[in-house]
Design a protein around this ligand. Sequence first.
Ligand code: HSE
Length: 444
Amino acid sequence: MADALKVGIAGLGTVGASLVRILQTRAGELATTCGRAIIITAVSARDRSRDRGVDMSGITWFDTPEQLASEADIDVFVELIGGAEGPAARSVRAALERGLHVVTANKALLAASGVELAKIAEERGVLLNFEAAVAGGIPVIKALRESLTGNTVSRVYGIMNGTCNYILTRMEKEGLSFADCLKEAQRLGYAEADPTFDIEGNDTAHKLAILTTLAFGTQLAPEQIYLEGISNISIEDIHAAADLGYRIKLLGVALRTETGIEQRVHPTMVPRDSVIAQVDGVTNAVAIESDILGELLMVGPGAGGNATASSVLGDIADIAKSRPGAQQVPVLGTPAAALAPYRQAEMQSHEGGYFIRLAVADRTGVFASVATRMAENGISLESIVQRARPGGADGAVKGEAKTIILVTHATMEVSVRKAVDAIKAESYLVGEPQVIRIERPKDL
Ligand code: HSE
């Protein structure tokens, strides 16, 4: 049997502790499968004394991730710290420069510096693996990077943040408040250290930027992503969506268009009978539409210790099985130096249409005025309904207020914005309009 693969792990939080436990309890099976043992020889973490429920004896501790990356006797540096800058970025760079293989779950770092890190890895002939960075346990990186080679991808989209999906699901099914659902997601180890990254969509945007590069072979462009989170989605929206036959999900969507690439992250209404609408809780789903294969939908656990550790483990096992000196798979699917420039798509028709919820005073002519403002902007309506607003909680307005809900046919984003601005200029609105895009999966 070949020499053991020596692994150093930086960060022993939920994922790191799961990884240590799995590497120790499955040591025998892993050695057989990989043809060599995988042993943890070094770690670094903020708190040495915390009981993580795993055996840390015989493992060398380093004070900082940077020291671990530059000094430890290891073959693979595993980064589970997080953050686009600081110790995570410095240690990953140091490890690659030193010619170590790197495994990371750090989507923020990859979205910000993935091309530059890929160039270093490719120059040094080492692997930079990051399956855990997108959609937790779902092997979507491998699917795009390797399995779909030769396909032309037209659209990739999905539910990529377990925390948001968990919150939206529990709000809908159990009527819990946004704040209570978020607290529970944090307790279960799903949320980011700063959970605004989850609920404001930044985490999904980091993941989408990575998938866009893998799908379309372009430079990373996280700054070009249109971004809206779920913090202003109310129970009222969720119920209105259900009444109209939709569910609300936070989706990341990347499309290839004739003028370039469109990337967006926002709350989205999806038809209730589509597969993606049935994806509940912390589960993630990623759909890839391509010319040879057609439509692929991958569904699985998206966050949490074991889901993420499973992907990290797969990445480490790939390194254990790789042959020294052999040509490595390009980090981002295409060699970093050959990635095409990113071209932002021109604003185009949003095929799925829009849901618009308006809180209005109950006056004669309001309904007609709303319909007129839509018509003036060339917007065709699929439905328009008016109902009494519930009094009391959840931002509802008591007394004379009514809710008008519109669903449009496919239309330009710019037209919807103009129509909503025109409605805002009228005197009858009694709250901020809510606008949610509708996305229609092709067949699934
Ligand atoms: N906070 C992330 C989520 C963790 O909720 O999906 C997995 O990337």
